[in-house]
Design a protein around this ligand. Structure first.
Ligand code: ADP
Ligand code: MG
Length: 385
């Protein structure tokens, strides 16, 4: 019995070792829309036994296979697609921001594949857990929320003004080109900084509320593919400053939750004019993200972070000392097979990215007077991998 237990433990330990130092890539399959009359259309995807390999039947040309860290879907063999099933896999990584790690989770995929849906659910689950697990710790949590639209960074926590100059939140159906963009600069430590609004937060509901209001003024537009197609990348940053009395240190972790704009190629969304320009900016920035990943995968000395605002803002998250998870969102219908293939290939490329060992960010020492009082609360979340 003991030998079996030891074997089991070694298996888990080995698995953790192989996860370390690598960008984690998971996939989520959005179920087919039920068409009028009941039928759900044809599917081009299946999951191999074991649950981590997606098989894509492209043009009946045999299956392309893609292996990920986890695949969430309603399909047989896959991991449970419930929000809590996903949270179980994602929470240990996300909550390690409380221990002072930099964490980045981003959703990649074509418009309508479930990126916003997934990130919204993850944000609320993570925030709830974050606030319930920090009880007993001295901590400060703050949030900023920005979007990158046409390679300009805009603040989603700004208060939009109505015609009379009063501040008012509300749905903005057209894109406001008069909103000033934020400055992105590199500070003396080589870190990229943005002058966005940062709001101190005390409970999960406050984050959800800010995200809901911020998302209302995000640049969206109707395309043929989606009624509220996101034309921008949205970046929610949750900064946690925690005092660890046991270690006598103050840590500062940053959790970036990124909802990328749709990755579909130009012809798909029937675009012209402003939409065409946006699509080109989206494609350029996603290509820049792909190039950064390729350079990281090849361990190159020069990583082209400066090629787009997206990669500049993610440079700290993608520079080695962070934990990164990519959620590749895909659709399962046969008519989506070529976009799905592109997304799966992007995921496969991300999986080859090597990151350095994640390190906690120490920002100071705990004052003597408070150091003994709650020493037992030390330890923190388990910070998997
Ligand atoms: P994206 O942000 O990738 O463009 P959305 O998240 O807006 O896509 O999803 C498009 C639509 O599909 C939304 O109406 C959303 O509620 C629905 N949807 C997405 N993912 C799922 C899912 N896993 N299960 C059920 N409905 C989903
Ligand atoms: Mg979206």
């Amino acid at each position: 019995k003991y030998r079996l237990e030891a074997q089991e433990r070694r298996k888990i330990f080995n698995k953790m070792l192989t996860m370390q130092g690598r960008l984690r890539v998971m996939a989520r399959i959005r179920p087919l829309e039920m068409k009028e009359g009941g039928g759900g259309g044809q599917r081009c995807l299946s999951i191999a036994p074991g649950g981590d390999t997606i098989m894509l039947d492209f043009d009946h040309n045999g299956a392309h296979k893609f292996r990920f860290d986890k695949v969430f879907s309603h399909l047989p063999n896959a991991h449970s697609d419930t929000e809590h099933g996903i949270a179980e896999q994602v929470l240990p990584l996300a909550l390690s921001a409380m221990d002072g790690y930099n964490v980045c989770i981003f959703a990649y995929g074509q418009t309508g594949s479930g990126k916003t849906h997934t990130m919204k659910a993850l944000t609320s689950i993570i925030c709830r857990k974050l606030f319930s697990s920090r009880e007993g710790f001295k901590s400060k949590v703050s949030v900023s929320y920005t979007e990158i639209y046409n390679n300009e960074v805009r603040d989603l926590l700004r208060n939009p003004k109505d015609d009379h100059g009063r501040s008012e939140w509300g749905r903005v159906d057209k894109i406001d080109h008069n909103v000033p963009s934020l400055d992105v600069r590199t500070n003396s430590d080589g870190k990229v900084e943005v002058n966005s609004i940062s709001v101190r937060i005390t409970c999960a509901e406050e984050v959800e509320d800010l995200v809901r209001r911020g998302t209302e003024i995000r640049s969206t537009f109707s395309t043929d593919l989606n009624k509220h197609s996101s034309r921008s990348h949205a970046l929610l940053t949750i900064t946690c400053e925690v005092e660890n009395e046991w270690a006598g240190l103050k840590y500062c972790g940053k959790l970036n939750l990124v909802d990328l704009a749709g990755s579909e190629r130009l012809s798909r969304s029937n675009t012209e004019g402003d939409r065409l320009k946006e699509t080109q900016f989206i494609n350029t920035s996603l290509a820049a993200l792909g190039n950064v990943m390729s350079a990281l995968a090849k361990d190159q000395a020069y990583i082209p972070y400066r090629d787009s605002k997206l990669t500049m803002l993610l440079s700290e998250s993608l520079s080695g000392n962070s934990k990164v998870l990519m959620m590749t969102c895909i659709k399962e219908g046969t008519e989506e097979a070529s976009e799905t293939l592109c997304s799966l290939q992007f995921g496969a490329r991300a999986k080859r990215v090597k990151l350095g060992e994640a390190k906690k960010n120490v920002v100071g020492k705990v004052e003597e007077a408070t150091a003994t009082a709650t020493a037992t609360a030390a330890g923190g979340s388990n910070g998997d991998g």
